[in-house]
Design a protein around this ligand. Structure first.
Ligand code: MN
Length: 232
């Protein structure tokens, strides 16, 4: 009996580091402090959103894929055939991808407008940057319940505004508009309720103050050569 327990203990000691070595998803590092996006996004919202909500998506995603082949996929690849997997993978995997993108395009020193090729494409597609912002705000404001508003680069090279429910996103095979999201805005109440309460449109107006177009430009460049389009 004692020997059995000892064997199990030894097994456990080896098993823990081995499963940790498999591809575990992790909370990304924030490039700014919780209070840095004030007054547009308040520190408490940032802290709860990042340490509780996003952390829960990461923890629950890792639980949902533990012991399956899905641990081999990176987070973007995992999104592609999402309809084949459990709701836990869809909700928590989506939550992890979406929030990682969201934190990355926010900044206290946001570049207020894109330039170069992305600006040209925005002007050609939407008429102006202001018109694009208007359409994104509209997509976010009219998304019933919880979800996201997106600027998507589609497989055929078009920029399209869309929205999705819950933690779905444009990479997923269930998306209305499929493609690579280069900008995403979280319109779940947890993203704005402490400061804006029911006034989602006010939050959507304010967010442009901390929306960093430099990061959106980088996402656009990455999206253009994205190998994932071949699998869509
Ligand atoms: Mn959120």
């Amino acid at each position: 009996m004692t020997k059995d327990i000892l064997n199990k203990t030894i097994l456990l000691l080896f098993a823990v580091p081995m499963s940790a070595a498999a591809q575990n998803h992790q909370l990304p590092t924030l490039n700014y402090k919780y209070a840095d996006l004030e007054p547009h996004i308040d520190a408490m919202t940032m802290e709860i959103h990042y340490t509780k909500h996003h952390q829960a998506y990461v923890t629950n995603l890792n639980k949902a894929i533990e012991g399956t082949d899905l641990v081999k996929l990176d987070i973007k690849e995992l999104m592609l055939d999402i309809s084949k997997y459990s709701p836990a993978v869809r909700n928590n995997g989506g939550g992890h991808f979406n929030h990682t993108l969201f934190w990355n395009i926010l900044s206290p020193n946001a570049k207020k407008s894109p330039e170069g090729e992305l600006l040209k494409k925005i002007n050609e597609t939407f008429g102006s940057l202001d018109e694009l912002k208007k359409q994104l705000n509209q997509a976010g404001a009219t998304r019933f319940g919880s979800g996201w508003a997106w600027l998507v680069l589609t497989k055929d090279g078009k920029l399209v505004v869309s929205s999705s429910p819950n933690q779905d996103n444009p990479l997923m095979d269930v998306a209305d508009v499929r493609g690579f999201p280069i900008l995403g805005i979280d319109v779940w109440e947890h993203a704005y309720y402490l400061k804006y309460q029911n006034k989602r449109p006010d939050y959507l107006e304010a967010i442009w103050n901390v929306l960093d177009w430099k990061k959106v430009e980088e996402n656009y460049e990455k999206a253009k050569s994205c190998k994932l389009f071949e699998k869509m």
